[in-house]
Design a protein around this ligand. Structure first.
Ligand code: SF4
Length: 98
């Protein structure tokens, strides 16, 4: 085994697969803090649809397999969304901690 092959094996052992899916469901928020890193505020209405969120979960789990164990839902204020309980249920159905 060459030095480079040995180095490649060492690097591969250091790769940590992703454990968490984090979805910013919306940038709408009931507040409008000056220091908000996403610029969230009550005026913004755009949000991920339930289908988009499901698709991102499915794509992530398909690509990364068993390493994914957690689904984080954030915003903005994700509780303003009517689909929040449905995506929580969907994540739980995939045995994710939500
Ligand atoms: S997401 Fe957090 S920081 Fe941003 S406006 Fe809402 S409460 Fe403030």
């Amino acid at each position: 085994m060459s030095i480079l092959n040995g180095l490649k094996m060492d690097i591969e052992q250091l790769i940590i697969p992703p454990r968490t899916i984090a979805l910013s469901t919306t940038y709408q928020c009931s507040a409008a803090c000056k220091n908000c890193c996403f610029g969230c505020n009550p005026i913004i209405k755009d949000r991920l649809s339930l289908q988009e969120m499901k698709d991102y979960v499915d794509q992530s789990m398909e690509y990364y397999g068993d390493s994914i164990g957690v689904l984080v839902l954030t915003g903005g204020e994700c509780f303003l969304g009517y689909d929040l309980t449905k995506i929580v249920e969907y994540g739980a159905s995939k045995e994710l901690i939500v």
